[in-house]
Design a binder for this molecule. Structure first.
Ligand code: AMP
Length: 192
């Protein structure tokens, strides 16, 4: 059945970094919807053209489009070994659609990690990343929009997953190795 891992947490909490470590350690693909959208933009596909202004503004792409994208991605062969989801779901309708999809394919989430980081530290980290990576959505105004959307739309998912009983909270204001050590210690994760 594989390990089916979900990472929650605000932008800047280190989801991408931890997901890459999990991918390398457990041999499961890192599925990052933000990366998928940025690739589409770079490739100049129809999808890319549709979503480019949305990403630039830090707004959310429609649930319908995102759900279609993730269903297609989870259906690919490499996801059969498991997956580490990063950046999806971001809204309650997305979470419900994911639950349904995973039920259909008989692949419940093994563990949900919430990387916890105070908002001001997120802002600091994203501002630094702007200088390093030059992401168009790391400007101060867009950072504010993205973090506000996290609080309004995504943070409620923590309670949704707490109710399903496999939520593990991790303090993310620490070095990458320390955070990853906790990821590896999660009993739900190792039990597979
Ligand atoms: P990220 O790299 O995860 O911060 O995603 C970058 C941007 O892609 C976000 O600010 C959104 O515009 C868009 N995006 C990524 N994943 C989703 C999602 N699950 N739902 C809606 N929009 C998304």
């Amino acid at each position: 059945m594989g390990r089916n891992v979900l990472l929650l947490g605000p932008q800047g909490a280190g989801k991408g970094t931890q997901a890459k470590r999990i991918e390398a350690e457990y041999g499961i693909p890192h599925i990052a919807t933000g990366d998928m959208l940025r690739e589409a933009i770079t490739a100049g596909t129809e999808l890319g053209r549709r979503v480019a202004p949305i990403l630039a503004a830090g707004e959310l792409v429609s649930d319908e489009l995102m759900i279609e994208l993730i269903r297609e991605r989870l259906g690919r062969d490499d996801a059969e070994a498991g997956f580490v989801l990063d950046g999806f779901p971001r809204t309650m309708p997305q979470a419900e659609a994911l639950d349904e999809t995973l039920r259909e394919i008989g692949r419940p989430l093994t563990v949900v990690f919430e990387l916890q980081l105070p908002e001001e530290v997120c802002t600091e980290r994203l501002t630094k990343r702007a200088a390093l990576e030059g992401r168009v959505d790391d400007t101060p105004e867009v950072i504010r929009t993205r973090l506000a959307l996290y609080r309004q739309e995504t943070e409620p998912l923590v309670e949704h997953y707490r109710a399903t009983g496999n939520l593990v909270g991790i303090h993310a204001d620490r070095p990458v190795d320390e955070v990853f050590a906790e990821v590896q210690e999660a009993p739900e994760h190792l039990a597979v």
